[in-house]
Design a protein around this ligand. Structure first.
Ligand SMILES: *[C@@H]1O[C@H](CO)[C@@H](O)[C@H](O)[C@H]1NC(C)=O
Ligand SMILES: *[C@@H]1O[C@H](CO)[C@@H](O)[C@H](O)[C@H]1NC(C)=O
Length: 314
């Protein structure tokens, strides 16, 4: 009797240390980001401070969509990739759309930068509205990642033109129909600077946007979120929208947010605005249960049985 009770504290200690281990070993969730980098061109990429900060921002993400990239010869993105790949551990690649726009003086690209260790790119598709509805037609890329629960999914990028924002957002439903037909994949996420707020999208405009009225689509960044940097505005311009229950279930609850890297990385407002007047937005996908998780669960069960046995033997 006395012998049994003196062992008990040790066994409980073992039990709790295994419990801590199982929490600590959880593999990180899969992060998807979108950032309007406000004319990221050769000149901007030559600014050391901008490049350094942007590197830190993109490196947090498994996939990062940059919008408003002005880089027809690819040199600015190449510079950014070289900077990111200097960090040890991961290798990033990029997929870019063609320069898109109505005016030769304002041609912009969508660029997806992704971590090759955690995700594969499995297809690209440039939507073309006919007649042209979008100023910059949405660009879709299909990804596959065995790290995520959902495995295969499509990301559709949009940087809308402010006065046409409502019309463009409504047209996204057509883009959706085309994309799901092309790849037979309904796991679709829309992301980017839609200008979905303030003067460009009022409360009454919402009924004219199919992605709002149709409950198959979930808006993960809410109407009260401020994705702008300046204190003068409070607008939810940048958004993340997913289609279907499958995708919604694959999202880490409450993970969609603005990433205020000024606050998080202690970077001054002037250095933040040196990159853009927007903050990045992000969401994380649940990861598939990994081997360490399964093993710690087994050792947990083992320790429970040890504790129980010590009670039985008393
Ligand atoms: C990427 O594709 C390769 C080849 O199909 C596969 O072996 C690998 O597991 C994939 N990576 C991820 C993270 O899914
Ligand atoms: C909502 O959109 C989905 C996907 O396009 C479609 O299958 C469904 O019929 C739509 N629902 C309504 C009420 O329009």
């Amino acid at each position: 009797m006395e012998c049994g009770s003196s062992h008990l504290p040790h066994l409980l200690l073992l039990f709790f240390s295994l419990l801590t281990l199982s929490v600590g070993k959880r593999s990180p969730d899969f992060r998807i980001c979108a950032y309007n980098v406000q004319k990221f061109d050769k000149q901007k990429s030559s600014n050391y401070k901008v490049l350094h900060t942007l590197t830190r921002v993109v490196y947090r993400c498994d996939i990062c969509l940059l919008q408003h990239v002005v880089d027809p010869d690819g040199s600015a993105i190449k510079k950014l990739l070289t900077s990111i790949n200097r960090y040890e551990g991961f290798t990033y690649k990029s997929v870019s759309s063609k320069p898109l726009g109505r005016s030769p003086t304002d041609m912009q690209q969508y660029v997806f930068i992704y971590r090759t260790q955690t995700v594969n790119e499995t297809g690209q598709y440039q939507y073309q509205s006919e007649p042209q509805v979008f100023t910059r037609d949405p660009f879709a890329v299909q990804f596959q990642s065995s790290r995520t629960k959902i495995n295969s999914f499509v990301l559709i990028a949009l940087h809308s033109e402010p006065p046409q924002a409502v019309t463009e957002m409504n047209q996204l439903h057509d883009v959706f129909l085309e994309v799901i037909k092309k790849w037979d994949n309904k796991n679709v996420m829309f992301l980017g600077d839609f200008h979905a707020g303030c003067a460009y999208m009022t409360r009454s405009d919402k009924k004219n946007i199919q992605l709002f009225s149709n409950t198959s689509f979930s808006w993960l960044i809410g109407d009260k979120v401020d994705t702008t940097v300046t204190d003068k505005t409070n607008c939810p311009y940048d958004r993340i929208v997913v289609h279907g229950k499958t995708f919604l279930k694959a999202i880490t609850p409450f993970s969609a947010q603005v990433y205020n890297f000024g606050k998080q990385l202690k970077i001054s407002k002037s250095d933040v605005t040196r990159i853009s007047d927007h903050f990045p937005i992000e969401v994380t996908l649940r990861s598939r249960a990994s081997l360490p998780q399964v093993m710690t669960l087994m050792s947990l069960l083992l320790s429970i049985s040890v504790v129980t046995q010590s009670f039985v033997s008393l």
